[in-house]
Structures are given as structure tokens and as C-alpha cells.
Design a protein around this ligand. Structure first.
Ligand SMILES: Nc1nc2c(c(=O)[nH]1)N[C@H]1C(S)=C(S)[C@@H](COP(=O)(O)OP(=O)(O)OC[C@H]3O[C@@H](n4cnc5c(=O)[nH]c(N)nc54)[C@H](O)[C@@H]3O)O[C@H]1N2
Ligand SMILES: Nc1nc2c(c(=O)[nH]1)N[C@H]1C(S)=C(S)[C@@H](COP(=O)(O)OP(=O)(O)OC[C@H]3O[C@@H](n4cnc5c(=O)[nH]c(N)nc54)[C@H](O)[C@@H]3O)O[C@H]1N2
Ligand SMILES: [Mo]
Length: 754
């Protein structure tokens, strides 16, 4: 069935179903009313901002996240006595998390192959003893972007005091390319706009992003803008229904009738990886018709224009059209719209960041903004829309394998110790190092590194080879089960729960996509759970490992305000931190580029001057593709409507018309016909990479779809076995999850798909 609009009544229905599934309808109704409210908690869903207006501030997918965390189901000693690790490994990701909240600390017993309960202090002693036998560079400290500022700050201080900058984090697989690109172009790795700017834009360009599913609250901003006459231009490889027509669940007419708001004024479907060519084409056209550039802005604030213009002139239209997959006419129309608008915002997400040439693509968008001075004024700017709810805050407070020298100096001054300055490991280097057994301990502050990272066979083995694995988590997942020797699971409080420490109830803080920092207080009791807060867990591990060096860790965790005082002393922008979070809505951290201050080497905003890439893939892969007998496609791996990254809430992808299925392969009708495939046929996918390793997944069902010829789409994490670990973005090391070279074959045997 084709879906005509996103949002509307089915969203409400799906919200209610999620509450029922949690078996705590009443408590979670209460929870939902507290989401993103001044006295409530920050939605554990995405990092979109909110205006704390007093009306509903949650969306269908935020409700799923809340209900998933705040479930009645629990797993503890009995569950783990029943299931061996080997048995659990045979279960799906969905099944593992669905069993419920992790209810007590556990340690793996390799003799019995079961996790068994352990006392908290024994767990801390065990971890400390092991860490104290290792060299600092043998320890990997992973973070997923849900951790609060307070725990993230303690965590980085702990790692650095141990002597390492090995902080692989989910950003490495996510918006790393945005950070690298924006730092080089405008001197700060964050977006320059605020939520309010969306009310003042007269054009919004949305690249490679599916907000209807992944940032549903962004749909409210887009809907409002569209209704006010703002022109929205979507660049997306797929026709995502929410970007076409959206019905607000808060508007009675749109809720109950077929009415909806048309979101996109123009909708372009470039080929995978074709956005840089599209934007280059826009600039080329505008230069060719002598469009007046913003000369005063360019002269005062930028450098490198002449070289950029030369590169643009040297790029020919043939290459632009071929690589973008768009017509010259489409490109010209969007260009005119950009240049004729007073205030333009560009937003993007994984469709831009997970390619080989992602950094150059994002810099090309920055170039376009610089040409017209579309940055640093109301309603204009660059907006990478972040994923995890506090992934941006984690970076701000020091989760970074390549810390800036000033930050390390500031910590050294405050704590009177010497800290490591050389770069540590990102996810790519951490997995390589674990695989080579050079790293020996993996501590995970949340997340699911094994399922989230690419090249599943290699990655699973890398995690399994670690001598010590420590997972601080709310729900059981695959990473916890990849054990050989010593492994511990330390269960923690979730965002929705009350966090009591010695000084009383605690608030944590988070930073959204718009650099707004605010407090979050959980509201429900963690009934029947022997859990600790993440902050308390990290403080105890640090205290047991390091003693009071350089701080009394557990004393800090008795009152999170003490941690915030340290953040205020060592990180710019946080003065009076404890006072400022009392303001409703929190406070704005500021953004240098928005103020037209450029923290780059040149002290100016820099035009980038890169050629278009010769191909989406490295030369060796391109050569191999040329020799291939089968037709080679480019596959993107993406999210369904019923998942949060590796957490699978259900088997439907409502907006794309998929139900009860996750192993689906979206393919153009003509491509399917050529391959003699029909809807429902089962196929295998094999990726192409020049290392002789077979990377294959099987049992994916064909679904013909509106997608450019030569491109495919399928869900992650099921497709992660196909993404070679070495296939990463230039300068960013982000896995190229949106461009994998693959060929398809009919499945030889019937395979049950879930
Ligand atoms: N409910 C829910 N919310 C989430 C998440 C979740 O899993 N579930 N994940 C969170 C996280 S960590 C993140 S990073 C974000 C992710 O948010 P998104 O980036 O929206 O996530 P994806 O599903 O990867 O979608 C990528 C989109 O880009 C398009 N695309 C892919 N390749 C290209 C390309 O080359 N060019 C163009 N123009 N388009 C392309 C795809 O068709 C798709 O619409 O969402 C966050 N919010
Ligand atoms: N092929 C492919 N791979 C991708 C992507 C893609 O688009 N395609 N996207 C990438 C992106 S953008 C990202 S961000 C990464 C995500 O990588 P991760 O952040 O590592 O993965 P998540 O699935 O978000 O982590 C889910 C787990 O977090 C734990 N958890 C949930 N809430 C809490 C909490 O409050 N505290 C703690 N301590 N633990 C909690 C639960 O145990 C749950 O199982 O995946 C990346 N991988
Ligand atoms: Mo992400």
C-alpha cells in the first residue's frame, strides 16, 4: 500500500501501542508528559531541540524510546541461569532487548558460559585490578551519545588520568565528517543555527536525512516553516513520505482527515554520494549567469575564493550530471532558489556523512553558504542534525580521541597532573587494535559497538578478543555477549528514572543540536532494579582504580553539581553552570561561527577547493567492479521507522510500506526486472572489496521502490557484515555505510527472514 502522508492518526496509534507493550501504561503516560519539559527529562530519542513551550514535546518515536526503557520486564540472575551466552547469541537483537531491563550487576563465568550475579564492590575491584595491570594504550573507552555531560566528563578525566586518549565513540560512525568539515571551513565542529532560526528562514535545504522517522520533532519546525511560505528543498536518494506530506498529530484537522501539509517545494533524488556534484553544479550555474555574490561578506570573512572558482570552472557539466544523477535543469532551479533567498538553512544527516568523500561534500555546502553570506544571521546557517540525544554534549565535555591542546592544558592546570597529548583511538583504530590483541580492555559507556560498527565478522571477533569487557547498559545487547575471558555487565538507571545520591535527587545535563544545554530529571522509581547511575558507576570504577588521584571521584558523584563546577572551571562557555541550568530551557553555549568569529588557522572561513571525486569507491574497488561479471549496485544501509539504531522496536517500516519484515532490499523496478527479480524474491548480497574476504548476507526480500537506478537500500544493523572496516570516509574514518558496492544473487535455499 502506498502511504500518502506521514504523522497523523497512525502516529498516535503507534504511540499507544508502544505504551501497552511496556506494560506500564500509566507510569509512561506520566513520563511522556514530562518529556522535554522544564521540570522533566530530556527525551532519550534524538538530539533535536525543543522550546519547552508547555505543550506536548514528544513524538511517536520518542514515545517508543521512553516505553522501551521504562518497561516492566526485567532480567537478572534467574534469566541468566536459564540462558547460556551461546544460547543468547542465537537470539535476534530484537529478542535480546525485549527481555527487559538489566536488573543486577553480572560477571561472565567462562567455565559455565553463563553470566552470574556479582556484588557491586566486587565488580569494581575486579575491573580496577585488571586495569591496573594494563598499559594505558591497551584500554579502549567507548561512549554512545546518550551519556550525560556529567558522566562523560568524569569518564574522559578517568581515561586521561589513566594515560590514554582512546575514546572511540558513536560519533566516529555518525557525524564525524560534519565535525571535521565544519572545523576546517568555519572553525567550529557544530551547527551554527538555533531552533528559532527555522522560523526566519525563507529556504531550507534538507540533505540526506529522514526526519519523519529519525527527528520527528523537526517535522514540526519544517511544517511551520512550509506553512509560512518558506521553500523547503529535499535532496534524498529515496522519496521519504514525511518530506513530501506531513500531518501534525497535534492538529485536529490533519489528524482526522486526509489533510496534510506539503513539506517540500522541490524534491530531488540524487544518486548515492551525488550531493557534492549537485552542489557544485548549483555553484557552477550561479557563476555562469553572473549571480552577484555577497562580496562584502566574502572580503571580510573568507579566504580561498579565487582557487574555489577555478575548481568550479574546471568541473564539467557532464561529470556533474553523471555523478549527481540529477538533470541540469533540476540543479539550476535549486540554485536559483538558493541565491534568491534572503535566509537559507542547510540541514543534513547520515545521507551526507557516511560516504568516502563526505568531508568534501559538507565543505561544498559550506562553500555555497559562504558565497552568499548565508551564515551568522537570523534564519541562516549550517545545521548538521545530530543523532543521539547528548552526542554533541559528550564531545563538548571532552569525549574526543583528538583533544585540543587548550583543553588538555586546562585540565592539567586544574588537576595538577600531566595528561597524554597524543591522539588516541577512534572506533576504527580501537577495533583494529583489539583484533590484533594490542588493546586488551574495552569499557563501553552504553551503546552496542559490535552491532553498530561495520564489518560484523571482523568486529565481533575484535570485541571477543578483548581480555576484559565492561558494559554499562540498560538493556542486553549483542556486544555484551561477545566474550571470551572476563566480562561484566553493569546495569544503570535510564533517563526516565529518579537519580538519588547522597546529597539528594540529581539532575543531569545534555546539549542539543542547537548548543542549548539544559537539565534533565527522571520522574519514575527504578522499581525492583539493583542499578546505579552511570555517574556513580564511573566514579566507583575510577575511585577503585586510581584512589583519590586527581579527585575524590565518589565524592563528586554524591552531588553532580560538584562535577558541573569542574566543567565550568575547565571548559569555556559553562561559567555559572549550576545557576544557568535553573533557567527554563537551559542556556545557549554560543557558537563562534554564528558570531562571525572564525577559529581556523587563517582566522577566516575557508573555501575548500577539492575536485569532485573520480568515483564513489577507492581505485582498487573501481577496478574490481569493472571486472565483475554481475551487475554492481551501490547499497545504502539505513534505519526503519521501528528502530533506534541497533535497538529494534518492531518489524514495521510504516512510511515505506513495509510490515513484519526487516530483511528487505529496496530496488528500482527496472533494475529488478533486468535481474529477473520480482517483489518477495529472496536474494543474497555480496560486497566488493579488494582483500579476498567474502562479505555476504542472505535471505533479503526484494521490494521494488522509487529509488534511482543502480542504487539499493536495506536496513542496518543487518547489513553491517557487508561494510568493510577499511571502507571509511577520507579524513573522518566514518564507515561508508551509505555507499557499499554489492552484487545480488537469488538465494539458493529458502530462508526464513525473521
Ligand atoms: N527513531 C529513531 N530516531 C533516531 C535514530 C534511530 O535509529 N531511530 N538514530 C539517531 C541517530 S544516532 C542518528 S545519526 C540520526 C540518523 O538520522 P538519518 O540520517 O535520517 O538516518 P538514516 O536512516 O541513516 O537516513 C539517511 C537518509 O539519507 C538518505 N540518503 C542516503 N544516502 C544518501 C545520499 O548519498 N544522498 C542523499 N541526498 N540522501 C541519502 C536516505 O534515503 C535516508 O533518508 O537519527 C537519530 N534519531
Ligand atoms: N551500517 C550502518 N551502521 C551504522 C549506522 C548506519 O547508518 N548504517 N549508523 C551509525 C550511527 S549514526 C551511530 S550513532 C551508531 C550507534 O551506535 P551505538 O550508540 O553504539 O548504538 P545504539 O544502538 O544506539 O546503542 C543501543 C544500546 O545502548 C544501551 N542504552 C540505551 N539507553 C541507555 C542509557 O541510558 N545508558 C546506557 N549506559 N546505555 C543505554 C542499550 O543497552 C542499547 O542496547 O551506529 C552506527 N552504525
Ligand atoms: Mo548517529
Amino acid at each position: 500500500m502506498s502511504i500518502k502522508k506521514a504523522g497523523g492518526f497512525p502516529s498516535i496509534k503507534s504511540t499507544v501501542l508502544a505504551l501497552i507493550k511496556s506494560k506500564r501504561v500509566r507510569a509512561n503516560m506520566k513520563n511522556l508528559l514530562k518529556v522535554n519539559q522544564t521540570d522533566g527529562f530530556d527525551c532519550p530519542g534524538c538530539a533535536w531541540g525543543d522550546n519547552k513551550s508547555g505543550t506536548f514535546q514528544f513524538c511517536e518515536n520518542g514515545a517508543k524510546a521512553v516505553a522501551w526503557e521504562s518497561t516492566e520486564n526485567k532480567i537478572g540472575a534467574d534469566f541468566f541461569a536459564e540462558y547460556s551466552v551461546t544460547r543468547l547469541l542465537n537470539q535476534s537483537d530484537y529478542w535480546l532487548e525485549y527481555q527487559g531491563r538489566l536488573a543486577e550487576p553480572l560477571k561472565y563465568n567462562s567455565a559455565t558460559d553463563h553470566f552470574e550475579p556479582i556484588e557491586w564492590q566486587q565488580a569494581f575491584d575486579f575491573i580496577a585490578d585488571k586495569l591496573n595491570t594494563l598499559a594505558p594504550n591497551e584500554i579502549e573507552l567507548y561512549t554512545s551519545g546518550r551519556a550525560s555531560n556529567e558522566v562523560a566528563y568524569l569518564y574522559q578525566l578517568f581515561g586521561r588520568t589513566l594515560g590514554t586518549n582512546n575514546f572511540p565513540d558513536c560519533s566516529n560512525m555518525c557525524h564525524e565528517a560534519s565535525g571535521v568539515a565544519l572545523n576546517e571551513s568555519i572553525g567550529i565542529g557544530k551547527g551554527t543555527v538555533t531552533l528559532e532560526d527555522f522560523d526566519h528562514a525563507d529556504a531550507i535545504f534538507v540533505y540526506g536525512q529522514n526526519p519523519g522517522t529519525n527527528h520527528p520533532r523537526m517535522m514540526n519546525a519544517l511544517r511551520k516553516a512550509a506553512r509560512n511560505g518558506c521553500k523547503i528543498v529535499s535532496f534524498n536518494n529515496l522519496k521519504e513520505v514525511a518530506l513530501e506530506r506531513f500531518a501534525s498529530p497535534q492538529d485536529p484537522v490533519e489528524l482526522l482527515t486526509p489533510a496534510a501539509t506539503e513539506i517540500s517545494h522541490m524534491y530531488l533524488t540524487p544518486k548515492l554520494g551525488g550531493d557534492m556534484a549537485a552542489v557544485r553544479g548549483m555553484v557552477k550555474y550561479l557563476l555562469s549567469i553572473d549571480t552577484p555574490l555577497n562580496k562584502p561578506f566574502i572580503d571580510e570573512h573568507t579566504q580561498g575564493l579565487d582557487d574555489y572558482i577555478k575548481v568550479v570552472n574546471d568541473t564539467d557539466w557532464e561529470q556533474i550530471v553523471e555523478q549527481s544523477g540529477l538533470s541540469k535543469n533540476e540543479i539550476q532551479q535549486t540554485a536559483v532558489l538558493f541565491a534568491s533567498s534572503n535566509n537559507v538553512i542547510s540541514t543534513w544527516a547520515m545521507g551526507l556523512t557516511q560516504h568516502k568523500h563526505s568531508v568534501d561534500t559538507i565543505r561544498e555546502i559550506a562553500n555555497l553558504h559562504l558565497l552568499f553570506g548565508q551564515i551568522g544571521h537570523k534564519g541562516a546557517g549550517l545545521c548538521p542534525v545530530r543523532g543521539h540525544s547528548n552526542v554533541q554534549g559528550n564531545r563538548t565535555v571532552g569525549i574526543n580521541e583528538k583533544p585540543k591542546a587548550e583543553f588538555i592544558e586546562s585540565l592539567e592546570k586544574e588537576f595538577g597532573i600531566s595528561l597524554p597529548k597524543q591522539s588516541g583511538h577512534n572506533v576504527f583504530h580501537a577495533l583494529k587494535s583489539l583484533h590484533q590483541r594490542q588493546s586488551k580492555a574495552l569499557i563501553c559507556l552504553g551503546g552496542n559497538i559490535a552491532a553498530a560498527a561495520s564489518d560484523s565478522n571482523f568486529t565481533f571477533e575484535a570485541v571477543r578478543r578483548s581480555e576484559l569487557n565492561v558494559h554499562i547498559a540498560t538493556k542486553l545487547n549483542r556486544s555484551h555477549l561477545l566474550v571470551s575471558k572476563d566480562a561484566l555487565i553493569l546495569p544503570c538507571l535510564g533517563r526516565t528514572e529518579i537519580d538519588r545520591q547522597k546529597s539528594g535527587e540529581q539532575a543531569i545535563t545534555v546539549e542539543d543540536t542547537f548548543s542549548m544545554v539544559h537539565a534533565s530529571h527522571g520522574g519514575t522509581e527504578p522499581e525492583g532494579l539493583n542499578v546505579k547511575s552511570e555517574t556513580a558507576i564511573i566514579a566507583n570504577i575510577a575511585q577503585t582504580t586510581l584512589g583519590d588521584k586527581p579527585v575524590k571521584w565518589t565524592w563528586l558523584a554524591e552531588d553532580y553539581g560538584r562535577i558541573r563546577d569542574l566543567i565550568a572551571k575547565t571548559i569555556p562557555g559553562f561559567d555559572n553552570f549550576n545557576e544557568k541550568i535553573k533557567q527554563p530551557g537551559g542556556f545557549y553555549l554560543g557558537n563562534s561561527a554564528r558570531e562571525l568569529k572564525w577559529n581556523t588557522h587563517s582566522n577566516k572561513a575557508n573555501f575548500s577547493t577539492e575536485q569532485l571525486p573520480d568515483a564513489l569507491f577507492p581505485l582498487e574497488v573501481t577496478e574490481q567492479i569493472a571486472k565483475q561479471k554481475q551487475t554492481v549496485f551501490t547499497l545504502q544501509t539505513l534505519r526503519s521507522h521501528d528502530q533506534y539504531n541497533t535497538t529494534i522496536y518492531g518489524m514495521n517500516d510504516r512510511y515505506r510500506g513495509v510490515s513484519n519484515e526487516r530483511k528487505v532490499l529496496f530496488i528500482n523496478k527496472k533494475d529488478a526486472k533486468k535481474q529477473k527479480l520480482a517483489d518477495g524474491d529472496a536474494v543474497s548480497l555480496t560486497s566488493i572489496w579488494p582483500d579476498g574476504v567474502e562479505r555476504k548476507v542472505d535471505g533479503f526480500k526484494i521490494k521494488t521502490y522509487d529509488i534511482p537506478k543502480g542504487n539499493l537500500a536495506a536496513y542496518y544493523p543487518e547489513t553491517n557484515p557487508l561494510v568493510p572496516l577499511d571502507s571509511v570516509g577520507d579524513k573522518s574514518y566514518t564507515p561508508t555505510s551509505k555507499s557499499v558496492a554489492v552484487f545480488i544473487e537469488k538465494s539458493k535455499t529458502f530462508i526464513a527472514t525473521h
